[in-house]
Design a protein around this ligand. Structure first.
Ligand SMILES: Cc1cc2nc3c(=O)[nH]c(=O)nc-3n(C[C@H](O)[C@H](O)[C@H](O)COP(=O)(O)OP(=O)(O)OC[C@H]3O[C@@H](n4cnc5c(N)ncnc54)[C@H](O)[C@@H]3O)c2cc1C
Length: 392
């Protein structure tokens, strides 16, 4: 079996590594001339660590990770804490793994290293795939330069603007959410002292939310500030001035404005997602990660889902024999409801938890402040207890 994977993001590489663990050879085709990841921190729920453990990387990654001890929910209209949920021992015991934050580049690089060490993954850069063609015996990815790469299976792991999805589903460009996210990483000493918490902190408030957490052994802080500003053009990682960011959050309490003003070298993203699609396969071709189920980041699960996809794909292909078309359908069916729930749930989180104001915000505060650690854990058990999803 030889699998051609389009895209060397976290999803494509996790799939390649999972396939290598089953003895399957892959060719990974990446359009960028250089492998890398933009952005800084990434949150990994315990479900992602179940995958990383199976890939033999959990322990290695944890060395560079920060174990946040809690999830703090703050009200950015009043400055008060709504609740603080523990990620401590009970959480780890319940889900078998911690909640951690890592640097994206560290996760991406360790996937590359592990792929290369496997001897079964061939990563080719500066290859932009435009489409695929297939017959009963094989499938070929075709590059914009006319090169072809043949395999038994083709996986479109080519992200939000996937060319492979365009051919399989043909559902046009992604939905522009109208939400703009600004990201910055600052040295810890620049973060106001009273907020240097070892927490995944979210300030929720009228049409905005602001996230911060420590990274890199708490040497730096990751700031992510999102405004529902009805932006209507997709943007990825464009530098913006400190003043532009400050303006968007000028209506929040001074504490949040102080956090925002400690940011520097801000970059902005206008977020996109899609409605869940039911069929992302065509014969020997399938999709994975953001190409299959792009989501807003509000569950912090896009990359986690992409890694779970890779693990699931490797398992079903490992059991498939020569009937890869049926195996791909089983993969799609196993992944569909879980990933669609993350897509739809992320939108709900934005509208009903992160961005409401007035009475809607009061209901949110009353409901969430009444929740104890146990009910918090059980509300998220479908997501974080990903062992069932992997073993299905
Ligand atoms: C602000 C923000 C914060 C986030 N925070 C989190 C978080 O905390 N936790 C989490 O789990 N997720 C988070 N996510 C989501 C996560 O970043 C994505 O879901 C994840 O990176 C998707 O991985 P992927 O491999 O599917 O796609 P991508 O990372 O987009 O990778 C696709 C790859 O394919 C390549 N490519 C594209 N087109 C072609 C082509 N035609 N030919 C060849 N190569 C091609 C690209 O260059 C890229 O390398 C966040 C997202 C955002 C925007």
């Amino acid at each position: 079996m030889h699998v051609v994977i389009v895209g060397a993001g976290i999803g494509g590489l996790a799939a390649a590594l999972a396939l290598a663990k089953t003895g399957t050879r892959t060719t990974v085709l990446e359009s960028s001339p250089k492998l890398g990841e933009i952005g800084a921190g990434i949150q990994l729920g315990p479900n992602a660590f179940h995958v990383l453990d199976q890939l033999g990387m959990g322990e290695y990654l944890l060395k560079g990770a920060v174990y946040v001890d809690s999830f703090r929910l703050m009200d950015s209209a009043t400055g008060r804490q709504i609740n603080r949920f523990s990620y401590g021992d009970d959480f780890r015991e319940r889900f078998g793994n911690p909640y951690v934050v890592v640097h994206r580049a560290d996760l991406h690089q360790s996937l590359i290293d592990a792929c290369q060490a496997s001897g079964l993954v061939d990563i080719k850069t500066a290859v932009r795939i435009k489409n695929f063609e297939q017959d009963v015996n094989a499938i070929r990815a075709v590059s914009v330069d006319g090169l072809t790469f043949e395999g038994d299976v083709l996986v479109g792991a080519d992200g939000l603007h996937s060319a492979i999805r365009a051919q399989i589903i043909n559902d046009g460009p992604p939905r522009v959410s109208g939400h703009t996210t600004f990201r910055s990483v600052i040295p810890t000493e620049q973060m106001p002292k009273e907020f240097q918490w070892n927490s995944m902190t979210i300030w929720v408030g009228p049409k905005t939310h602001v996230v911060h957490y420590p990274l890199k052994g708490a040497k730096v802080f990751n700031l992510v500030a999102t405004a529902h500003d009805d932006a209507d053009v997709a943007v990825t990682g464009v530098p913006v001035s400190d003043e532009t960011v400050a303006e968007k959050f000028a209506h929040l309490v001074p504490e949040v404005r102080r956090i925002i003003s400690s940011g520097q070298n801000w970059k902005k993203w206008v977020l996109c997602d899609r409605d869940p699609a039911e069929n992302w396969n065509d014969g020997r071709a399938t999709l994975l990660g953001d190409a299959a189920h792009p989501t807003l980041q509000y569950f912090a699960q896009g990359a986690c889902m992409a890694m779970e996809d890779g693990m699931c794909l490797a398992r079903v292909l490992g059991q498939a024999g020569s009937d890869v078309v049926n195996a791909l359908d089983r993969y799609r069916q196993e992944r569909l409801v879980r990933t669609a729930r993350v897509q739809l749930g992320s939108r709900l989180i934005g509208d009903h938890i992160f961005h409401p104001s007035g009475a809607h915000a009061l209901v949110r505060n009353a409901t969430l402040s009444a929740m104890d650690d146990r009910s918090f854990r059980e509300a998220l058990a479908w997501l974080y207890d990903g062992r069932q999803a992997l073993a299905a």
